[in-house]
Design a protein. Structure first.
Length: 76
């Protein structure tokens, strides 16, 4: 009787904690850890720096200026 009650209490505690079924042995991984945030931020900064270098290069700047100039001088 004691084992049955203990198992039921344990299952209820696991449900409250969000562990799902008791036998799986895994908890919920609901988000990123601090180290994952740091790696994600570094990756985003690296991509932003590469994009900035491409957009501010002479060739791309000239092409963007030509596109804007053509759009402003277009006849309707």
């Amino acid at each position: 009787m004691y084992r049955v009650m203990r198992a039921r209490v344990w299952m209820a505690v696991c449900r409250v904690r969000g562990l799902g079924r008791v036998g799986r042995g895994r908890g919920r991984d609901a988000g990123m850890a601090t180290s994952e945030y740091a790696v994600g931020i570094l990756a985003a900064v690296g991509i932003a720096m590469a994009f900035y270098k491409v957009v501010t290069s002479d060739a791309v700047s000239a092409q963007l200026a030509a596109i804007v100039s053509r759009a402003l001088n277009a006849s309707v």
